[in-house]
Design a protein around this ligand. Structure first.
Ligand SMILES: [Zn+2]
Length: 380
């Protein structure tokens, strides 16, 4: 049987581990590396599917945990699956719900069978097992789905992470057995192991032996430093097969995207661009810009003079600042639109730089413009 999602390696960049690839999914074929906007509740906040298409999004993420609790996976299935439910005919990826159980749920109890917890909406007791996560994802119907994993804190003890990795591998195997639609939904395994090289190695070995159509790297971007994350990627991506896509979960700052690609990552997702947009913070070529600030009250220039998006071509900082201060929803639509365009356009530049074999120069250029090489590196 052909897997639901097929990755073809087109070319490797000459001086780094970056790869240009082609990902074929039941809802479109597109070049990688890519950034995937996050639509937690089956909606990328403040964005219509038509907007996402206009800015070149090829695949979006939806959250299993949220859609399971509300409206319920049976309702999404009845609607004809997520694509129909949210009117999005391109790629969709769902996480397993594990990350939210470990970060949002109030109390939780992890056993070999699964996780017991109280849900964050009404405090009701719930249970999520590897089989249950897969069943929910089979109902939701995304093109790519994730195995249930445990995402422990980065700085947990070696002994704890070792046990956790072994359990995540056993859960991955159970999920694989429970998966009903491998012909049209690709299930990825998630490599864990925090900052420990031998545990990442064990995790990758376990999962690769199960022959998943793609692999995620989890447990990063959870509070560790960027150099720590890069160190883990340096020894983790080479453990993964070349002919399968590699997805780094929860990463969405411009520098981390470029540094991840350099280390061989093909897919990224993060709520960051839309989350900061709702506070009036914009990602620009020259660093972050808080458009709400008083100094923009009479600034009639665009958010980013070097951006050619619809927002930057038509609206001023002064107008957007006014809308956000007046709580007009159109204001955060404009900042969300620009931020997502900014990251998708950045990835377009990254793909071109891989084709041209000048990704390190591209990185240098972006970092310099952003001010990342200087003291205000935190503003990235
Ligand atoms: Zn723009």
């Amino acid at each position: 049987m052909e897997p639901a999602v097929k990755y073809t390696l087109i070319k490797k960049e000459k001086h780094t581990g970056a790869r240009l690839g082609m990902l074929e999914t039941p809802h479109g074929t597109f070049e990688t590396p890519i950034f995937m906007p996050v639509g937690t509740e089956a909606s990328v906040k403040n964005m219509a599917p038509e907007d996402l298409e206009k800015i070149g999004a090829t695949i979006v993420l939806a959250n299993t945990y949220h859609l399971w609790l509300r409206p319920g996976e049976d309702i999404v299935k009845e609607a004809g699956g997520l694509h129909k439910f949210m009117n999005w005919n391109k790629g969709i990826l769902t996480d397993s719900g594990g990350f939210q159980v470990f970060s949002l749920a109030n109390t939780r109890d992890i056993t070999e069978a699964g996780v017991h917890f109280r849900n964050h909406l009404n405090g009701r007791r719930e249970f999520l097992s590897p089989e249950k996560a897969i069943k929910i994802e089979n109902y939701l119907g995304p093109d790519i789905m994730m195995s249930l994993d445990e995402c422990p804190p980065f700085f947990e003890s070696y002994d704890y992470i070792k046990k956790s990795v072994a359990r995540t591998s056993r859960w991955a195997e159970r999920g694989l057995k429970a998966h009903r639609n491998p012909d049209w939904q690709a299930l990825f395994g998630i490599v864990q192991g925090a900052g420990f090289e031998d545990l990442r190695k064990q995790s990758a070995k376990d999962l690769v032996s199960m022959d998943f159509p793609g692999y995620s790297i989890g447990g990063l971007s959870v509070g560790e430093s960027k150099s720590e994350m890069n160190r883990v990627l340096d020894f983790t991506t080479p453990l993964l097969p070349e002919n399968k896509p590699r997805y780094l979960m929860g990463v969405g700052t411009a520098d981390s995207l470029i540094d991840g690609v350099i280390r061989g990552i093909d897919m990224f997702d993060c709520v960051l661009p839309t989350r900061i947009a709702r506070n009036g913070t914009c990602m620009t070529t020259h660093g972050r810009l808080v458009v709400k600030n008083a100094k923009y009250a009479r600034d009639f220039g665009p958010i980013d003079p070097d951006c050619d998006c619809y927002v930057c071509r038509n609206y001023s900082r002064a107008y957007i600042r006014h809308l956000i201060n007046a709580n007009e929803l159109f204001g955060t639509h404009l900042t969300s639109y620009h931020n997502l365009y900014f990251l998708l356009n950045l990835m377009k530049g990254v793909r071109q730089a891989i084709k041209d074999d000048n990704l390190l120069e591209f990185r240098e250029h972006v970092f310099e413009d952003y001010g990342f090489n200087k003291a205000n590196a935190k503003n990235f």
